[in-house]
Design a protein around this ligand. Sequence first.
Ligand code: SF4
Ligand code: SF4
Length: 180
Amino acid sequence: MGDAGSAPMPQRECGGCTLCCKVMGVNALNKAPGTWCAHCDIGAGCKIYETRPDGCRNFQCGFLTMPELDERFRPSGCHFVVNATAQRFEIHVDQQRPDAWRKQPYYSWIKQMSRRAQARKTVAMVFVGRRCWAIYPDRDDDLGIASPRDQAAVKLVDTVGGRRFEMFRIPGGADTSATE
Ligand code: SF4
Ligand code: SF4
């Protein structure tokens, strides 16, 4: 997914990153998260740039689109990719650096995002391959290893800290292609 998308912020470019081509799944290529895409020239770009799938073409990571993310958040350096939209807040972590998201300043920022996600009636998520966590302002909930057949549901829940949105994984069955 390197060199992805159009109209990034001025002065923000993928450069030699390409981490999204490893950590994220690409349905059109049957590419699982956490494995390098066969078309990736690692550290350089996409070898099929002109004909890459629409999912790659349209993708822009948070480093390219969120002014609040400085150079410390360049994916090739921080070892995770931010995938943020109005209804989605996901961190996709390099499996070779599975604790990268727990380091500072990243963890504090992810907690800030968990509050922002709540305001948008959703939940911040961290993925390390198929392992996933729901991130709340006061705790991280390990949801285990997800199969592509699983579904996710966000529900409004009463907790000791008040009402909030929580994420639930609904198992859809075993997946023999899971990488973790
Ligand atoms: S097709 Fe190209 S842009 Fe898409 S994941 Fe593979 S290398 Fe990256
Ligand atoms: S993770 Fe972001 S900066 Fe890195 S190649 Fe992908 S879109 Fe570009």
